[in-house]
Write a protein that binds this ligand. Sequence first.
Ligand code: BES
Ligand code: ZN
Length: 882
Amino acid sequence: MRTDQDQPVRLADYQPPSWLVETVDLDVALHPTETRVRAKLRLKPNPAAPAAPLALDGDGLTLRSIKLNGAPLAAENYAATPDRLSIAQPPRRPFVLELETVVDPTANTALSGLYRAGDTYCTQCEAEGFRRITYFPDRPDVMAVYTTRIEAEKSEAPVLLANGNLTEAGDVAGTTRHYAVWRDPFPKPSYLFALVGGVLGHVADEFVTMSGRKVALRIYVEPGRESRADFAMDALKRAMRWDEEAFGREYDLNIFMIVAVSAFNMGAMENKGLNIFNDKYVLASPETATDEDYANIDGIIAHEYFHNWTGNRITCRDWFQLCLKEGLTVFRDQEYTADQRSRPVERISDVRALRAHQFVEDAGPLAHPVRPEVYREINNFYTPTVYEKGAEIVRMLKVLLGADGFRKGMDLYFARHDGQAATVEQFIACFAKATDRDLAQFMRWYRQAGTPEVAVTLSHDAKAATCTLEIAQMLPATPGQPVKEPQVIPLALGLVAPDGRDLPLRRADGRAVERGVLVLTRPAETFVFTNVPQRPVASLNRGFSAPIRLTANLNADDLRFLAAHDSDAFNRWQALQTLAVTLLIDNVKALRAGQPMRQDAGFLSALGAIVADTALEPAFVARALTLPTEADVARELGRDVDPDAIFAARNALRTAVGDALGPALRDIYRRLSVSAPYSPDAESAGRRNLKNVALDLLAASSGSAAIAIAARQYASADNMTDRMAAIATLSLHPVRERQAAIDDFYRRYQVDPLVIDKWFALQAAIPEAATLDRVKELTRHPAFSLGNPNRVRSLVGAFAMMNQTQFNRADGAGYAFLTDTVLALDGRNPQVASRMMTAFKSWRALEPGRRGKAEAELRRVAAAPSLSTDVRDIVERSLADT
Ligand code: BES
Ligand code: ZN
């Protein structure tokens, strides 16, 4: 395991590799505790780099033998430690290095490198896991052609898979073992290497690419679970077709495989031709998966598949360029989902997630640029900023350049850089070249951390019939970046006339407003529009065209007007959110000052109008009825956060909404309670979502009648979405029906770990004082294990990330529980431990009492005798002053 002595890595220190690897021949003999790995590397000096000794990365390795050009290497000619293999004076020409190492997959609890998920052998090499298998220049700009021979006991691993195409398979004569040889003709970095061995069932299908090539498709799962992979297979085929249609990208090997494993640190991994997935993102049946699970599977299957071009065919030069593959691929999966489902609803979901994760990260001690300049542990940079803000940057490019310009830039990127390890500069240069634009200032989005604050003041001159927008942008200081420069902000807007129609945008200076987008580039600027006889309402940042915090001189009447009339569906939703957050913040402040909360009849009637608008799709209405979360309110408050006051204010508003819209909500519930067979399509899911949101609001207001309905829905549901929604509603109320449902749920699903995860998460999220003791007790439940990341995330993660009041208990006991868990987990699985630790990322925004308690816990972790690099990095950055 890596220790905390490691030096920080800096982008500015990048040097091309001194040695290149042309081919890698791996021969892996699987064994539960002593897997033997033979690696034959064809190395050559890099003509583009100065001559240097050979230094290969390792991580916890034991070298068994070493040969150079076929001859054993004398001990004085190399140095091998667990972390490094060096040859001081290698030949100055191409040579072959043969290495033998031995690894113990069963003891590998970090789930990086070669490990066992249950009884299945599998690998996870991104970012730096390949060095836990063999010594190698483990960096993404070293790309090689891999041939992998795997050998195993037939009974233990009848299925043997690796990247590429199968070239040979058979029995090992005179033994009970067999082997398979896979060859991947596409040069790739080591982080995309994968192998799998185990007892697995599969579903098979075929895809014919746009040029008419046949591709075999296989999804491997635990035997007996095959039918639960059907939806994933369907998603894969839709994703393959979409990438052809939307980006002209075709699949390139003869076979594409996905393997679902039960123990996985992340969601899924895009290994060339052999994606490995957390089984949570593959397996689905109506009885065990919710609509949300189906949507996640659809999006993640697509995401990993899309990496085949954005990540694999074109990879990253170094890990600082991570957003080059992840931000771009998130953008691509978001667009896929928007095309498959509802574009406005997808945008609302993506923006909610961006604000919930990325804005929060940007406002706290872990803020960093989309392309960081330094890291101590790369695993800690798979962040909302790299992913989600990274995707927003790509989206802004599309807004700025238009769909055609964007596509030209992407085409040029694929044409120029196929087969290469590229940089963000090279990516942006393709768009500049293809559209003949200067994107130098745009690059600041990659270099500056923080969420831009944009303030808009609209004024209207009736006599001149002009409307003026004064717009200022400001980027707050973030750790290590006290002073910032203005960024390029594409602000899509409309001026909405009193009759609800969009006015044509005519600028007084005669310049056009291309595609309805103002391009901000300076700290302050003024835009004058002519032919505006009556004061319009500005609809700003339509579709969330830029990832900014926006304030404008819009009053409550303006917001209600936009909620009812804006032609931009996103901004209709946004107007309601702004009204609700404003009300909630006022009421939190009132509660803190011992004053009564106010009601907002205008907000309630605006919501009522949305509910009554039958032209709106149910999924949109459901989003509109979903009030800002407690975390949303905390984020907008920004300081002196008291989670109990937020909870109380939000609960009061939920009750008020349930009261005010009661008849309409009951009508929705009745209307949408149909008994058609379950289908996971977006429209059906939207109707279920709206029905269940209505039920939850009714339970928040009227109590017992709605509780009885929820209990009935729980018992009679024929799908997990409705059953889960009912039990989630019950869980918010201390009623007899709640415990009965919790007990019943366990009995029904105890054989199904992924469903038991829902059971853990549900209980961890109950917002009441008894929850912490319940969670502690559940850590001793036979179904719980610190060894399985899904279990840890469902119980401990849900408690720390989803339960604002109980994690942030005033007595600090929630914080202490989390740090105890992190310390217990760190020696076993540092990646998951450090993720859990990010629950403290907003500790400085808390009111003084809780802030002190959180800081004490962070310091307790910092003082622990042996910490992984992962956790130490998060804790130290969380505590740092600037
Ligand atoms: N390449 C990542 C998986 C990964 C992340 C491996 C970090 C090693 C370290 C993969 O493409 C990915 O981004 N997965 C996401 C899901 C995706 C839909 C955003 C994940 O695993 O959370
Ligand atoms: Zn990814």
